[in-house]
Design a protein around this ligand. Sequence first.
Ligand code: NAP
Length: 483
Amino acid sequence: MTTNVLNLSTYNFYINGEWKESQSGQTINIKSPYLNEVIGKVQAITKEEVDEAVHFAHESQKGWADTSLQERAKFLYKWADELVNMQNEIAEIIMKEVGKSLKDARNEVVRTADFIRYTVEEALHMHGESMKGDSFPGGSKSKIAIVEHVPLGVVLAIPPFNYPVNLAAAKLAPALISGNAVIFKPATQGAISGIKMIEALHKSGFPKGLVNIVTGRGSVIGDYLVEHKGINMISFTGGTNTGTHLAKKAGMIPLVLELGGKDPGIVREDADLQDAAKHIISGAFSYSGQRCTAIKRVLVHEKVADRLVEILNKEIQKLPVGSPEDGSTVVPLIDNESADFVQSLIDDALEKGATLITGNKRERNLIYPTLLDHVTKDMNVAWEEPFGPVLPVIRVTSDEEAINIANASEFGLQVSVFTKDINKAFAIVNKIETGTVQINGRTERGPDHFPFIGVKGSGMGAQGIRKSIESMTREKVTVLNLQ
Ligand code: NAP
């Protein structure tokens, strides 16, 4: 019997239902962002092994697409159950590998199981449609079109590091329930968590070859995977630069991209400032701001800016900072380069005259929560995604100014609007170029059945359970010509 673990900490890749060591003989060290030690190694697989994985996926997909929806559902339900059974073990790995608190890591696993179950239920209630010819001028009543959704084939799933289980399953589950096979390339930092998730899937008895996990650096095998002739659809979540690069390589392959963001929290002068601050703090600093939908700038009316900054500062002082093992909210960033980048944004803002309210303290890759006031449009932190715990406050004099600054961003993921005036909120909604507007709430992805959309540099296509299923199928039309 093949086993996943070679020795205490070397993880094999998963191909055709078996855990294998790569022929390359090479492994990649996975270093914990807060323990500063190697917690495991994953295989750096070869291009030939990628070819094999794609081959097995195609072989398996044919039979899988022929099975009934009810049959596929059974496997996915089992997978969800196995994830729940393994929640402690997987959460521990997520914590160690990407530095997320154990509670959040466990929530991620349980949310993933819920996601899988809901995906099954959604698919069970999705139907095609039929159309009569005579609704078009000159069309005949004897023509009937049957429009059904069929799988695309082999889906390449590439998630980022920050939700290594949830954002991976958010691609795998809709792909599988709709009859596709999957090549899953996890983020390298996050690969062990992904492997653990696949262990749960393996226990569920899915047909061999249907899901294959290919580990290796995106910079080494990424282009090869994306350009592979055997890939029929790509579902990618990650940074805007990587996504843009990938889109150019993908050619005519259907692609869904969920990319970066610079979500603003717009605080009107009539907002409940305590409530707005609560949402902004949790939006900006949870998991050190390493969330695509973190609140990454505040656009506040100058009349209430002093008061808001005072409350934000007070709330920041309450945030637990330190190790994820202690349940801290602000934890070390994923690596030192990420911390260097966040520091460079803080330094640039301070050099250009921003006011430091709190923070700007660093221990290795741990950046203390930093609040910058009087941030202006010439500062990089006004526009760039830090993916770290720094919150710039930009003071505005009107809703129009806030809208203009929000829309000037290259990103368009989400926007929060804090106000007591629902009419004013909708006036802003109507002018904002973004995927989602949250009224009086923090920017966030869930609940997972809501459509999740990034516009401009934040993505292409839509996610959210039903949307994801639709994106992994195509419509096929059969026309019945009655005599
Ligand atoms: P990233 O550096 O862009 O990496 C994302 C994934 O792409 C990883 O699996 C990476 O593999 C892979 N990759 C790298 N180069 C590739 C290539 N040439 N071809 C194919 N794949 C390649 O992003 P990250 O640092 O992991 O995640 C942070 C970013 O993700 C942020 O910008 C955040 O906003 C965004 N994000 C967006 C959403 C959303 O739903 N909109 C959700 C979460 C995160 P390696 O790890 O091996 O390099």
